[in-house]
Design a protein around this ligand. Structure first.
Ligand code: V47
Ligand code: SF4
Length: 369
């Protein structure tokens, strides 16, 4: 390794590389330098060291499906291709019994997780959503319910007149197992004002995840990138997540979400390219040294980028999904209506040079090659 490091011409990058090789944490300034100066091969090498240290050659996936209860949303985030106001012909809303029917469609399939996320519907509070979780658990107790972004949680808990802590305790009693990472977008307050002014603040997002972790509810974190943010904003976002993880240890995975341009009012920005995606995976993997997993969410990235990302720090491809999410097809993802069998995912992982491992929602290995 020392020989390789000596081949790096830039002395700053040499120093940072030596730190990463000896498992020392890098500073925000050093993270920024990696974004600005490190080329793709160096980022592949360095993120590969961290990835292998934490997850060996494994690439994880799970068997899951989504329920998107509604695309009606009181907010109007500028990057969102999904939400529609009440009364719009393209809006939908499932009743509780329709959502239970979706769960029942999987009765004979060995899925382990349902991921529930959607728009922030004006009418329903935490007791409505909690009773849905309860019915799902009564029907299939072993199914892990990963549900509701911090933005949905803030609205439903406040609507019920509860504090965040009271609301999360109630939702846990209803059967909530973990929280997905959505709604984080980009934490910088000035940018947040420009792209998603009305919804839960960055501080609220962080508070909800902190409180959840304290109550034993683990969660994921995301970052929406490739729009109007700079590398400084990305590092600020990663730094806030790393600090919270130091405090609680409750995050399972970080999921970078690339801005997709179709059908939203930020379309004029276009999209960043795959090289930028891989650079972003790599710096995230290196910087978030206390996050056990980095997820390449294949319905958003596409299958090939997800495969490549495994060589740039990612170690998880999310799940089989089974054609149950529309968020990314509406935003212009090439994957259309996404579905893969576990054999399909395992083949992609092997083709990319890694060892497939089926996991549960908390990353316990169910089966590995
Ligand atoms: O918060 C919306 C994003 C998120 C666009 O925790 C967009 O395992 C790109 O959080 N371009 C919801 N992104 C999805 C989400 C998620 C996905 C997969 C796994 C997990 C997990 C969580 O989707 C929103 C927002 O950041 N989003 N519109 C768009 N045009
Ligand atoms: Fe609503 Fe979420 Fe879309 Fe924002 S990103 S408009 S909160 S559905």
């Amino acid at each position: 390794m020392a020989e390789l490091i000596n081949l790096i011409k830039d002395t700053d990058l040499q120093k940072i590389s030596a730190k990463i090789a000896s498992n020392e944490r890098i500073t925000p300034e050093e993270g920024l330098l990696l974004f600005k100066k490190a080329d793709l091969p160096l980022l592949g090498l360095l993120s590969g060291i961290v990835r292998r240290r934490l997850n060996g050659n494994f690439a994880y996936f799970n068997r899951n499906f989504h329920i998107e209860p509604t695309n009606k949303c009181i907010y109007n985030c500028r990057f969102c291709s999904y939400h529609k106001p009440e009364g719009d012909p393209e809006s939908w809303e499932f009743s509780q019994s329709e959502m239970l029917d979706i769960v029942k469609r999987f009765d004979n399939k060995n899925v382990t997780e349902v991921h529930i996320v959607g728009g922030v519907h004006p009418s329903y509070d935490l007791h409505y959503w909690g009773s849905l979780i309860k019915k799902i658990k009564e029907h299939r107790p072993s199914l892990h319910v990963k549900a509701f972004s911090a933005v949905e949680l803030e609205y439903m808990i406040t609507k019920a007149g509860c504090t965040i802590e009271e609301g999360l305790i109630l939702l846990k009693e209803y059967g909530l197992d973990s929280i997905p990472g959505g709604g984080a977008e980009i934490f910088d307050e000035e940018l947040r004002k420009m792209i998603c002014d009305e919804k839960a603040s960055s501080q609220m997002w962080l508070n909800i995840h902190e409180k959840a972790h304290q109550l034993g509810i683990s969660s994921n974190a995301t970052m929406l990138y490739g729009h109007i943010e700079t590398y400084t904003h990305r590092i600020d976002h990663l730094e806030r997540l790393r600090s919270l993880q130091d405090k609680t240890g409750g995050f399972n995975a970080f999921i970078p979400l690339k801005f997709k341009k179709s059908n939203n009012s930020m379309s004029y920005l276009g999209e960043v390219n795959v090289i930028e995606d891989l650079r972003n995976y790599a710096v995230s993997r290196i910087f978030l040294d206390n996050f056990p997993h980095i997820k390449a969410y294949w319905p958003m990235t596409g299958k090939v980028t997800a495969q490549l990302s495994l060589s740039f720090g990612a170690d998880d491809m999310d799940g089989t999904i089974d054609d149950t999410t529309r968020i990314y097809s509406m935003a212009g993802s090439d994957e259309g209506n996404p579905a893969m069998t576990s054999e399909d995912i395992s083949t992609l992982i092997r083709e990319a040079g890694f060892v497939p491992a089926e996991r549960d929602s908390l990353y316990n290995t169910i089966q590995a090659d």
